[in-house]
Every structure is written in structure tokens, then in C-alpha cells.
Design a protein around this ligand. Sequence first.
Ligand code: OAD
Ligand code: ZN
Length: 247
Amino acid sequence: RKIEALRKLIAEARSAVVFTGAGISTGSGIPDFRSPGGIWAKNRPIDFQQFLSSAEMRREAWRRKFAIDDATRGAKPNAAHRAVARLVETGTAAVVVTQNIDGLHGASGVPDDKLIELHGNGTYAACLDCGRRHELDEVRRVFEATGDPPDCRACGGFVKSATISFGQAMPVDAMERAHAAAEEADLFLALGSSLVVYPAAALPITAKRAGAALVIANREPTDFDPYADLVLRSDLVALFAPYAGAP
Ligand code: OAD
Ligand code: ZN
């Protein structure tokens, strides 16, 4: 019944927003944050002030980053990512807004101009002062040789994974684009997010208020389920495999 309702909403949509969280990538072997065994179950996050506060914190942040990368190396888009890419390709979805930093929406073929990465991208690093890009391989080479991450080659600033930490400013233009897309959406699909981190978590309600149908697909209940037109608790890979096309 619910599967049929989802099919119908997707068939009728012309300007859908697909909003994703870590739950869309667990099927690719990347742990989420808040499930048992998730990343925050092992370690509390290092926030931005802590990162700035000491060389030891920066070393710790980079140790964790390399450990996660080692554990998830080779992760590939799964059927749910492919389904999302198809929704964009066919014009059903106007844009994909993700909280994920794993780069898997891009890897599954969502073009840059249709992809809004609200929390940045963990596949490279950047200088906090001048924004210059630094490759992770190079950061690791220096880290392993000297015991410290390099400072920016151009300006001497701190080099950090190009992701947004708690306490760090969000990319303003990305948030504005996401907000505008939510206001224009006819369908808002919230997939695999606990919907607890703001301002991202406000987007479903923005869309709903502006007239979109709201679908929440997540294994666990969320605080926004009462506002949704359709709530699905199934595994996202199973749910979206029928939309993924040929692998
Ligand atoms: P969470 O870990 O908070 O939530 C992921 C949700 O996905 C959980 O509620 C799971 O039940 C659900 N889930 C996991 N695998 C699933 C599957 N195969 N099918 C269906 N549901 C599944 O992750 P996010 O909501 O993305 O931010 O977290 C938001 C932000 O908090 C992240 O972007 C990150 C984190 O701190 C920053 O680092 C700034
Ligand atoms: Zn710099």
C-alpha cells in the first residue's frame, strides 16, 4: 500500500527535492552517526572550537578521519543512490540536498549543479583561511612522516577535511539554494536521516509548509513523522531498488 503511494507520488512529481542523510550510505558499508555502532557511538565529535584549540586536537581529528577512510575505502554507490540519480536524470527531482560527506551522490552520477552538499565533502581537505584545496593523500604523507598534518602551503593556515564540524559556519549559498528548492518542491523525500541536526532538519517542514508532499523514509522514527504524508520504515536499498534501473 505504502509502496504504491510512494510510486504514485514519484510518478506525479516535477520538482522533487531528495534530501539524504547517512542512512542512504549504510548500504554501501559506511556507518551512520546515531545508530548503535554508528560513528558517534564510538567517539563524541570533535567540534570546530576544539579543532582550533590545539595541535593535539588537530592530530586526533586527522587520526579519526584516516581511520574512517581506511574502514570505508572502496565504498560505492548502492541502489538507493542510483535511484536518486535516476530521479534527477529523468527530471522528477530538481535537486539532491545531502548532509553526507561521502561523495556517493556525485559518484552515482548526480551532476554538480544538481547536488547540494550541506555539510561539505570529505574526499578532500581545505585550508581554513584561504580555502585552498589539499589532497588527502598528501596530508597523510606529511602526517605519517612528521606526526602532524601540514599547514597550508599557500598561507600557513590549518588544513582540515572539507567538511563542516559542529560549531563551524555552514556554506551560506548551499543552505540558501537548499531552502529555495524546498520552497519550490512539489515532493520532498527525506531519506535516511534522523532529522536532528539543524538547520538541515528544518528543510522538510519548509517544503511541507510551502505545499510539497512530505515523505520520510527512515528505519527509525523521527520527530517529523507526524507531519509527513507518508512514512516508510523500510531499508532504503530495498525500497529504492525498483527505481535504480540497471546496475
Ligand atoms: P544519523 O546517523 O543521525 O541518522 C541516520 C538514520 O538513518 C538513522 O535514523 C537510521 O535509523 C537510518 N538508517 C540507517 N541505515 C538505514 C537504511 N539502510 N535504511 C533506512 N534507514 C536507515 O545521520 P544523519 O541524519 O545524516 O553532521 O546525521 C545528520 C548529521 O549529523 C550528519 O550530517 C553529521 C552528523 O553529525 C555533521 O557532521 C555536521
Ligand atoms: Zn591557506
